[in-house]
Design a protein around this ligand. Structure first.
Ligand code: ADP
Ligand code: ASP
Ligand code: MG
Length: 455
């Protein structure tokens, strides 16, 4: 059995879906579980609908909901014009999902209040719309296709917008559900991103979470491999949208890929690697627009050479500086500080300490008000915004002679706020002003990857 996950751009329109289905068709002998994201930009649209509903902007929600329905209905007609029964089935599904969503959004508009729980219900609909249409399109192409509601498989806690999966329960549930869905079928399709609590309340896995869904399902069925189909030829030496002359990496280790994803490379959701590592399941990152390409294999570290693999970045981070002359040396101070981060579910990336100061970086998408409030009760806290974090990643980079010199050589005039070399020997990270990020990433990439003397 294999898991094949197709992201938003791989299912963006009828052309992309047709290409995706032909990729699946080529792998039927391996019993593919197909995991799909929402059509490109649809989750953003659903977030907008949720926000407009929360501000009681009923007229605007109606316009956006109409766009949502029209895009999916139009797509079903384009894909299924030669198959009237399947087209009717897909359109009936679209109508039922959209009708239910419209009445839910109407209720949110009336009360003008949007809990995380309600938001999770709204933003998960993109995956239900796409998976139902693609399921019918797979059947129309002659693939005997089973359908699974991912919320019956992916169990999380009740952190509605970023559910923490219960791996043990998922491993217990998924094999039976999958084998039932395969009964008499050649492939099965399910949604990425969406999940539910043990009592069935809808949750989601966080933005970009379909990769994580694929890897959790792969772990639970002991998949032979997990394929992440996207819009680039594999994992590259840097984000090709930011840096010219990036190269595709043929293979990287689980640890390198996890660090890259955690430190900003959007090509994989940061938690994708963990379930696969537990079962040693290889992950392949592949381009649905170039299915002949070999992509990137993410494998056990013993198959991977030492050396720099990539430059990642997080564009928008906060540096939280905590000053406390009285307490920094007392035992238990760090524990107290990090308990506050943990209680507020704010995850910390880099840490550096001096005698009277602790500096940490956190992703600016997180709400740090609670953390800052609590820390301010016993320390002076200064938050620096408009900062970015750059990470150079590669196996055993600590052994590379002069890597720090090489990394910082092109940055002589650049102010560096923090430096951290991870204990894992896989990562050197530093913090710069957001205004110079693009320049810094390009220069470091150029120096490390395009400079013969460095390779
Ligand atoms: P999908 O919708 O298929 O999940 P994403 O947009 O989430 O696709 O991820 C693919 C994008 O990740 C690419 O288009 C690319 O711009 C970005 N990206 C960032 N860093 C890297 C990297 N190191 N290698 C490849 N792609 C990267
Ligand atoms: N559709 C969701 C998002 O846009 C999940 C995903 O694409 O992985 O975040
Ligand atoms: Mg993605």
């Amino acid at each position: 059995m294999i898991v094949m996950k197709f992201g938003g751009t791989s299912v963006a329109n009828s052309e992309a879906i047709t290409r995706t289905i032909s990729i699946v068709k080529g792998k039927l002998s391996e019993r593919p579980i197909v995991v799909v994201s929402a059509l490109s930009k649809v989750t953003d649209l659903l977030y907008k609908i949720a926000d407009q509903a929360a501000s009681r902007n009923k007229a605007e929600t109606e316009v956006l909901l109409a766009q949502l329905r029209a895009r999916h209905t139009g797509l079903a007609h384009e894909l299924l014009s030669g198959h009237p029964a399947l087209c009717a089935e897909a359109c009936a599904k679209i109508d039922s999902i959209c009708d239910e969503l419209e009445s839910f959004v109407g209720a949110v508009c009336s009360i003008g209040e949007l809990s995380d729980r309600s938001k999770a219900v709204i933003i998960g609909n993109g995956e239900y719309l796409s998976s139902n249409i693609i399921c019918c399109a797979m059947k129309a192409s002659g693939i005997r296709t089973g359908y699974i509601d991912a919320r019956s498989m992916i169990v999380t806690d009740s952190c509605y917008l970023k559910g923490e999966p219960d791996s043990a329960l998922i491993e217990e549930r998924v094999p039976a559900i999958v084998s039932k869905a395969f009964d008499g079928q050649e492939a099965v399709i399910t949604q990425g991103f969406v999940s539910a609590t043990v009592t069935g309340e809808p949750t989601v896995l966080g933005r970009g979470g379909s990769d994580y869904s694929a890897s959790l399902i792969g772990m639970a069925v002991d998949a032979e491999r997990i394929e992440i189909w996207t819009d680039v030829d594999g994992v590259r030496t840097a984000d090709p949208r930011k840096v010219e002359n990036t190269r595709c990496i043929e293979k990287i280790s689980f640890e390198e890929a996890a660090e890259m994803a955690h430190f900003g490379a959007k090509v994989l959701h940061p938690l994708t690697i963990e379930p696969a590592v537990n079962k040693n399941i290889p992950i392949y990152v592949l381009n649905s627009m170039n299915p002949e390409g070999t992509g990137t294999a993410i494998l056990q570290s013993s198959f991977i050479a030492d050396g720099v693999k990539s430059v990642s970045f997080k564009e928008n981070i906060f540096v939280i500086n905590i000053f406390s002359t009285k307490m920094i040396n007392t035992s238990g101070f760090l524990k107290k500080v990090f308990e506050i981060f943990s209680e507020n579910r704010v995850s910390v990336d880099l840490i550096s300490t001096s005698e009277a100061n602790i500096s940490v970086t956190v992703d600016a998408s997180q709400n740090i008000d609670g953390v800052v409030g609590r820390l301010s009760e016993f320390a002076d806290v200064i938050v620096d915004s408009d900062k970015s974090q750059v990470s150079v990643i590669g196996k055993n980079i600590i052994n590379l002679n002069g890597l720090l010199r090489k990394t910082f050589a092109p940055l002589q005039d650049c102010k560096i706020y923090m430096i951290s070399q991870g204990a894992s020997y896989v990562n050197i990270s530093f913090v710069v002003d957001r205004s110079v990020l693009s320049d810094v990433v390009r220069q470091v990439h150029k120096y490390l990857f395009e400079n013969e003397s460095c390779n």
